[in-house]
Design a protein around this ligand. Structure first.
Ligand code: PAF
Length: 282
């Protein structure tokens, strides 16, 4: 595997490749990331991965400084997966001057859910993803459904800006007890790790309630409130548990609910100092 940090070197290395499959990451790779590499391999050749902890998508009080950086172990894992090039730019390589041009997602998608609780997050994600795509110029790029809203924001960005890349969604990989794999799980103490499974269990209960019969918009609000209260009673601080339409992540109206609109329940909640997110398609 070639490890490249300079944008021009990357372009030289990839010249003539028109079927490349790209997996951008922030490193600290786990089975979830490796599953993205394997999916990428099914959709293109060669597979290009990137590791870059993108300062632009972290808020001032978020975990940019303590975000786990495990470069050597990551390289070993990517080599085993047969990744052809690892693009691992430094901040100077990717942002040699202040990144003044940024991509601002539309309010109705970018300022809801994660966008409401993490102002600037999607602007930072879109800006770096657009820049990475422009460096790698892949045919396809793979993003996990664990970051459900991120996947949708990126897909819409590529569509509206006519970026010639197919965005491939990848299923969430979970630990045996159901907890979605995430680099941030590493922040949890052993007691918190045992408790963390209640996030997906709460989403499963929400799913069951919705599948029991037709629900109204008012009932959906009550289900969301009950789910938040349940997590709070266990010591969590929920930001949101929200049942939305899969197609645009807006709330469903009564008539949409009656016509079997496809739904997803999304959640973000803090356990101690660690903020976890998860979602379940209904
Ligand atoms: O999901 C992530 O790891 C990051 O948000 C991404 C897409 C690599 C952009 O920094």
């Amino acid at each position: 595997m070639k490890i490249i940090s300079d944008i021009q070197d990357l372009r030289d290395q990839l010249r003539g490749q028109n079927r490349a499959a790209f997996v951008p990451t922030m490193g600290n790779l786990h089975e979830g990331h490796l599953s993205l590499m394997r999916l990428a391999k099914q959709h293109g050749d060669p597979v290009i991965a990137s590791i870059f902890v993108n300062r632009l998508q972290f808020g001032p009080n978020e975990d940019f400084d303590k975000y786990p950086r495990t470069f050597e172990a990551d390289v070993e894992k990517l080599e085993k997966e047969g990744v052809y090039v690892l693009f691992a730019p430094t901040e100077k390589d990717l942002y040699p001057e202040p990144q003044e041009y940024r991509v601002e997602p539309p309010q109705n998608l970018g300022k809801i859910l994660e966008g409401e609780f993490r102002p600037g997050f999607f602007q930072g994600v879109c800006t770096v993803v657009l820049k990475l795509l422009s460096c790698v110029q892949p045919k396809v790029a793979v993003f996990g459904k664990k970051d459900y809203q991120q996947l949708m924001v990126i897909r819409q960005m590529c569509h509206q800006l006519a970026i010639p890349v197919d965005i491939i969604p990848a299923e969430t990989i979970r630990a045996e007890d159901g907890l979605a794999l995430s680099s941030r799980n590493g922040y949890l103490s052993s007691e918190e790790r045992a408790e963390a499974v209640h996030l997906i269990q709460t989403l499963q209960q929400v799913q069951e309630k919705i599948l029991q019969g037709r629900v109204t918009a008012a009932e959906i609000l009550q289900i969301e409130r009950d789910a938040c209260a349940q997590l709070s009673s266990r010591g969590w601080q929920p930001d949101y548990i929200s049942i939305r339409k899969r197609k645009d992540l807006l709330s469903a109206s009564d008539s949409e609910l009656q016509s079997d609109e496809k739904l997803v329940v999304l959640a973000a909640a803090k356990l101690g100092k660690t903020r976890l997110i998860d979602n379940l398609e209904i």
